[in-house]
Design a protein. Structure first.
Lengths: 415, 279, 295
C-alpha cells in the first residue's frame, strides 16, 4: 500500500468520524394514525433541513398497544427522546419521574399563558412545573348523516340544537326490520368511544351536576342530577331504542356505513370521514340542555423523556419548539384535522362549516383530570352497561361507578 | 356378495352420513363466510349475501401490496420465527431424545423427569419473567426475543425419546465398531431412521409457532416485528371497522396453514392421534 | 477412561445446552415468578421491595379477579365436557360409516390447525347483531329472534366457549377415532352374534374401552379451557373481557394487570393462583395415567 493511499484512508476515516460526531440523532414516538405519521415525516424533513446536524427518527406503534409499549420501554431506558402522550397519561409518567421538566427559559408560564388554551396549560403543569406541550387539541361535536336526515323528512342542513330535539330526531331516524331489530341507529350510543366523555363532562354538567371537585381528586357525579343524566342517556338505549353499544361494531363503523344517523365524535374523525366515498355528513355544536353548553376537550401532547441530556436534549428542545410552533399547528389543522392549541390561530377557521363547531366548543370545554384513563373509562362504560344490560337503577349504577373511580383516584395519590 | 354387503352398509349408514354432512357445513361455514367477505368491497360487506354480486380481489391487493399495511413484513416474520424454531427443535429434541433413550449414565432418570415436568408450567405464568428477561438482556425487538422460548420443546423430547427407543442398539453399536464419532452416528445413522417422526414434529412445531399469540404479542413491541397473529389482532383493533380488510387479513393468515394441511394431512392426523398440538 | 465413562461424558455433552435451556427458560422463570409475587414489583416503579402476601390479599379482594376465576371455571366446566361429548359422538358416527372417514375427519380438523386469532375475528364478525351478523341473518330468515351473543353479559361467555369447542373438536375426534380403531372388531362382532344390540355393544364394550382416552382428553381439554386467552382477547370489545367482565378469563386478567396496569407483582400472584389450579388438574392426570406414560 502506498503512503498516499494510507494517508487517504486515514483522512477519510477521520472525516467520517468527525461527521458522525457532529450529527445528533433523536427519536420521536407516536401512535400510528396515517395522516399524523405522514405529516410528521414531512415536518421532520423540514426540521432537518433547517437544522443541519440533527436527525430525527420517527417510530410509530399501533394505537391499541401504544401506552403499553411506552410504559415498557421508557423505564428500561429504551424509550425515545421526544414522545407523544395522551394528556390523561401524564400524571402517571410525571409521578414516576419519566418525563423531564421543560426548561423554563423556553417554556415559561408566560409562554403557556400567551400561546395556549387555559385548560392545556392546566393539564401539562404539575406542582408549578411544565412537562409537555401540545400541537393540537380536540373537542366533541355532533356529526349527522345528511341523506338519512332527508329520508326521514328533516332538513339535511340543520342538526338538533337541544337534547330534547336530539332525542326526538333520533327516534324518528331509527329504522327497524320486521322482527323489530334495529337496522339504522338514529343515534350511535358507544360509551367505549367518545360516549363516556360526553356523559362525564357534558351531560352531567348540563343536568346540573359538577362531576369532579376543583382539584380533580373527588368524584362528585353521583347525585340526583348525575343520575338523571345517566338515565337520559340509557333511556335512549333501553326505552327509545335508537341505538346500543357495539351496534354495527362501533359508532365510527356505523356512521361510516350509513347505519347510524348521528354520532358524537371528535375533531380527529374529520379526516376519516372525508375518506369515505358517498357519505354526505355535517357537523354541529353539541346540543344544549336547559341553555347549558358544555364540551369535552382532550389532546395529545409532546414531552421529553427524563434522562435525555447534552446535545440530544438541545436537539429535542429545538424539535419540540418546532412541532408546536404556530406554523406547524396550522399544517396540523389542515392535514390531520385537529384544532390548533394556540387560540390566536382559530380566528381563521371561525366560519369553516366543519371546523367552527369544534372551535366554538373549545370556549366552554372541560378536560377531565385523569389519573388512570383506561381504568376511569371502564368505570363509566360499566355503569352504562349495568343499566342497559342488568337493569340496574341509574342512581345505583352511578353510585357504584363513583366509588370505583374514587378508589382509582385515591390509589393513585396514595402511592 | 362382498360388494352387495358394502352397498347395504352404506344404506344403513345413511343417517350417519346425513348428520356428518350437516356438521361439516357448520364446521366449514365460517371459512366460507370469511372468503366470501374478503371478496366484498366496503359497500357489499354489509349485505348478507353468500356470493358477492361483484366479487373483487381489491382487498387482497390492499392487504398484500399497499404501503399502509405491513402484512408482507408480518408474513415474513412469522415464517422466520416458525422456520428457525422448528429447525432448532428438530435438532435438539432428537438429540436429547436419542441421548435419553440410548445412553446409560448417572442421573438419566432425574434429567428426564426434570425436562418432562416443565411441560406442566403454563405459558401464561412464564411470559412475565420472560419479559423481564428480554428487557434485562436487551433482546426487545429482535427475532430472538420471540423465538427463544420455543427453541427446544419438552414435548418434542418426550416424543423423540419414544421413537428413538425403537431403534435397535445393534445398529448403533455396528456404527461405533466402524469407528464413527458419536455426533456423526447421531446425524448419519440415527436421524434417517426417525425421519417420519421428525416430519411430524416439524409440521406440528411449525403450525404451533405460526399460530402462537400470547408471547409474540408481548415480545414484539414494534409493528415491524409483529408476527401474523399479532399483526392481525392489532390491525383489527385499529381498523376497528373495516371488516372487509379484517376478513381478508384472516384469510391471508390462514392460507399457508391450509396449504401445509392439505399437503401433509396424513402426517398431521397421525400426529394429532399421537399427541396434541396446542399443549 | 473406561468405555462407559466415555459414553456418559458424551451423553452429558449432548444434554448440556438443552439442560441450560430448560433451567433458564422454564424452571428458573417459574421460581422467579413465585418470588416476585411477594414483592411490589411494577413496571413504572423504580425500586422493588418485599411485601409478603399483600398481593394475594389484594387479588382475592378484587371482585374482578374473583369474577375472572369464576369465568375460567365456567369455561372449563362447561367447555371440556361439551367438546368430549360432541367429539365422541362424531367419532362413533365416523367409525360406523364404511367410506369417507378420512374426508370428514379432514373437515373437522381444519379449525384446529388454523390460527386462533384469525378464527376469533371471523366468529366475531359472524356474531354481529342485525343487520351485520350472518348468524342473526340466518336466525331472522328462519323467523327466530335475534341473539345478542357477544353483546350480552349472559350470552357472551357461551358464545366464546362455542368457538373454542368448534376449534378443539377436531383434536378430540381424531384421538377418539384412533382409539376406536384399536378396539378389535372381533369383540363387538362376537357380542352381536351372542345377541347383543348395537346399543348394548356401545354401552358395555366400546365406551368402557374408551374410558382411558376419555379421561385423558378430559384433562387435556380442561387445561386448555382453563388457559383460555386468545379468543377472549380478540372477541371482546377493546380486548377488555366484557361486557361487564363477563368473559374475562384468569389469563386475560394476568395479561391486563401486567401489561395494561404494569402491576407486574399483582399479575405474578394471579398467575401463581392459575398455576396451582392447573397443577392440581395435571396431578390428577398423572395419577390416572402413569400407566400409559412409561417413565
Amino acid at each position: 500500500m502506498t503512503r498516499r493511499k494510507v494517508f487517504f484512508l486515514v483522512m477519510s476515516a477521520v472525516l467520517i468520524f468527525a461527521a458522525s460526531a457532529q450529527t445528533v440523532t433523536i427519536t420521536y414516538w407516536q401512535y400510528y394514525y396515517e395522516s399524523k405519521v405522514k405529516l410528521m415525516d414531512e415536518l421532520i424533513q423540514k426540521f432537518e433541513a433547517a437544522n443541519p446536524g440533527i436527525k430525527v427518527e420517527q417510530v410509530t406503534f399501533p394505537y391499541e398497544s401504544y401506552n403499553q409499549k411506552v410504559a415498557a420501554s421508557i423505564p428500561a431506558g429504551e424509550g425515545p427522546d421526544v414522545i407523544n402522550l395522551f394528556y390523561g397519561w401524564l400524571p402517571t409518567y410525571v409521578k414516576a419521574g419519566y418525563l423531564a421538566e421543560l426548561p423554563a427559559s423556553e417554556f415559561s408560564k408566560d409562554y403557556f399563558d400567551k400561546n395556549f388554551y387555559p385548560f392545556v396549560a392546566e393539564s401539562v403543569q404539575f406542582g408549578g412545573k411544565y412537562y409537555s406541550v401540545p400541537t393540537a387539541v380536540r373537542t366533541l361535536a355532533l356529526f349527522w348523516n345528511k341523506k338519512l336526515f332527508k329520508d326521514a323528512g328533516y332538513d339535511p342542513n340543520t342538526a338538533p340544537k337541544t337534547l330534547e330535539e336530539l332525542a326526538a330526531y333520533a327516534k324518528k331516524l331509527s329504522k327497524y326490520d320486521a322482527q323489530g331489530n334495529l337496522v339504522v341507529a338514529g343515534m350511535a350510543m358507544q360509551p367505549t368511544g367518545q360516549g363516556h366523555c360526553w356523559i362525564r363532562e357534558v351531560l352531567f354538567r348540563q343536568f346540573g351536576n359538577v362531576p369532579y371537585s376543583a382539584d380533580g381528586r373527588k368524584v362528585t357525579y353521583a347525585d340526583a342530577n348525575g343520575a338523571a343524566a345517566l338515565k337520559w342517556y340509557t333511556d335512549l338505549i333501553t326505552k327509545d331504542k335508537v341505538g346500543y353499544p357495539n351496534f354495527a361494531t362501533d359508532d365510527v363503523t356505523a356512521f361510516k356505513a350509513g347505519k347510524a344517523a348521528m354520532n358524537i365524535d371528535g375533531s380527529f374523525r374529520i379526516a376519516t370521514l372525508n375518506a369515505v366515498k358517498d357519505l354526505d355528513w355535517g357537523v354541529a355544536e353539541l346540543p344544549t340542555y336547559k341553555g347549558i353548553k358544555s364540551n369535552y376537550a382532550s389532546f395529545w401532547t409532546h414531552g421529553i423523556v427524563a434522562g435525555t441530556s447534552g446535545k440530544k436534549l438541545e436537539a429535542s428542545i429545538k424539535f419540540l419548539k418546532y412541532i408546536t410552533s404556530p406554523e406547524v399547528q396550522q399544517m396540523w389543522m389542515e392535514k390531520v384535522g385537529e384544532l390548533p392549541a394556540n387560540p390566536a390561530l382559530s380566528e381563521k377557521y371561525k366560519n369553516d362549516p366543519v371546523i367552527a363547531p369544534f372551535l366554538k366548543g373549545l370556549a366552554y370545554a372541560h378536560a377531565t383530570a385523569y389519573v388512570d384513563e383506561a381504568g376511569q373509562r371502564t368505570v363509566m362504560v360499566d355503569a352504562v352497561d349495568e343499566v342497559i344490560l342488568k337493569k340496574v337503577d341509574p342512581a345505583v349504577a352511578l353510585k357504584n361507578a363513583a366509588a370505583k373511580e374514587q378508589a382509582l383516584i385515591d390509589d393513585f395519590w396514595k402511592k | 356378495m362382498k360388494h352387495k354387503n358394502k352397498g347395504k352398509m352404506i344404506v344403513r349408514a345413511l343417517p350417519a352420513y346425513i348428520i356428518l354432512a350437516l356438521l361439516s357445513v357448520i364446521m366449514l361455514f365460517p371459512f366460507v363466510w370469511m372468503i366470501s367477505s374478503s371478496l366484498k368491497d366496503v359497500t357489499q360487506i354489509y349485505q348478507l349475501k353468500l356470493f358477492p354480486e361483484r366479487p373483487t380481489l381489491e382487498n387482497y391487493r390492499y392487504i398484500l401490496f399497499s404501503t399502509s399495511t405491513k402484512f408482507p413484513q408480518w408474513f415474513l416474520n412469522s415464517l422466520i420465527v416458525a422456520v428457525c424454531t422448528t429447525a432448532s427443535v428438530l435438532f435438539f429434541d432428537s438429540l436429547v431424545g436419542y441421548t435419553l433413550a440410548k445412553f446409560r449414565f448417572p442421573g438419566k432418570k432425574i434429567i428426564f423427569l426434570l425436562i418432562i415436568s416443565t411441560l406442566m408450567i403454563p405459558t401464561e405464568m412464564l411470559v412475565i419473567p420472560w419479559y423481564a428477561m428480554i428487557r434485562a438482556l436487551k433482546w426487545v425487538n429482535t427475532y430472538w426475543a420471540i423465538m427463544f422460548p420455543g427453541m427446544i420443546s419438552a414435548f418434542g423430547v418426550f416424543l423423540m425419546r419414544q421413537f428413538m427407543s425403537t431403534i435397535p442398539d445393534d445398529l448403533i453399536d455396528a456404527a461405533r465398531v466402524d469407528g464413527l464419532g458419536e455426533l456423526r452416528i447421531f446425524i448419519t445413522v440415527v436421524l434417517p431412521l426417525v425421519a417420519p417422526a421428525l416430519a411430524t414434529l416439524a409440521i406440528f412445531n411449525f403450525i404451533g409457532n405460526w399460530n402462537a399469540f400470547l408471547w409474540p404479542l408481548i415480545a414484539a413491541s414494534k409493528p415491524k416485528m409483529f408476527t401474523l397473529p399479532v399483526g392481525l389482532a392489532n390491525f383489527s383493533g385499529e381498523a376497528g371497522s373495516d371488516w372487509h380488510y379484517i376478513m381478508t387479513g384472516a384469510a391471508v393468515a390462514m392460507a399457508p396453514l391450509i396449504l401445509v394441511f392439505l399437503v401433509f394431512q396424513k402426517q398431521i392426523v397421525k400426529g394429532i392421534a399421537m399427541t396434541g398440538l396446542k399443549g | 477412561m473406561t468405555l462407559s465413562a466415555k459414553r456418559s461424558l458424551t451423553a452429558y455433552l449432548f444434554l448440556a445446552l438443552p439442560l441450560v435451556f430448560f433451567l433458564c427458560v422454564r424452571l428458573g422463570p417459574m421460581l422467579y415468578m413465585f418470588a416476585m409475587s411477594f414483592t411490589d414489583w411494577g413496571l413504572l416503579r423504580k425500586t422493588v421491595k418485599f411485601i409478603g402476601f399483600d398481593n394475594y390479599h389484594a387479588i382475592f379482594k378484587d371482585p374482578v379477579f374473583l369474577q375472572a376465576l369464576g369465568n375460567t371455571f365456567r369455561y372449563a366446566v362447561f367447555g371440556a365436557p361439551l367438546v368430549i361429548l360432541l367429539s365422541l359422538a362424531i367419532a362413533l358416527l365416523l367409525d360406523s360409516i364404511p367410506r369417507g372417514k378420512g374426508f370428514f375427519r379432514l373437515i373437522y380438523v381444519l379449525p384446529y390447525i388454523t390460527p386462533v386469532v384469525a378464527v376469533s375475528w371471523v366468529w366475531r364478525w359472524m356474531y354481529q347483531q342485525p343487520p351485520l351478523g350472518v348468524i342473526n341473518g340466518i336466525l331472522g330468515w328462519l323467523g327466530l329472534p335475534a341473539g345478542e351473543f357477544l353483546n350480552s353479559p349472559t350470552q357472551a361467555l357461551p358464545s366464546i366457549l362455542a368457538v373454542n369447542v368448534w376449534v378443539e373438536m377436531g383434536y378430540c375426534t381424531t384421538i377418539f377415532l384412533a382409539g376406536l380403531q384399536t378396539i378389535p372388531k372381533e369383540i363387538s362382532e362376537a357380542a352381536k352374534i351372542d345377541g347383543a344390540s348395537d346399543r348394548q355393544v356401545l354401552r358395555r364394550i366400546t365406551l368402557p374401552l374408551l374410558m382411558p382416552i376419555t379421561f385423558f382428553l378430559m384433562v387435556m381439554e380442561g387445561i386448555q379451557f382453563l388457559r383460555i386467552f386468545t379468543q377472549v382477547y380478540n372477541m371482546s370489545m377493546q380486548a377488555m373481557g366484557g361486557p361487564l367482565n363477563s368473559t374475562k378469563s384468569a389469563a386475560l386478567y394476568i395479561y391486563q394487570k401486567a401489561f395494561t396496569n404494569f402491576e407486574m407483582a399483582r399479575a405474578a400472584s394471579a398467575s401463581v393462583v392459575l398455576f396451582v389450579i392447573i397443577m392440581a388438574v395435571t396431578i390428577l392426570q398423572i395419577r390416572f395415567f402413569d400407566k400409559r406414560v412409561n417413565y
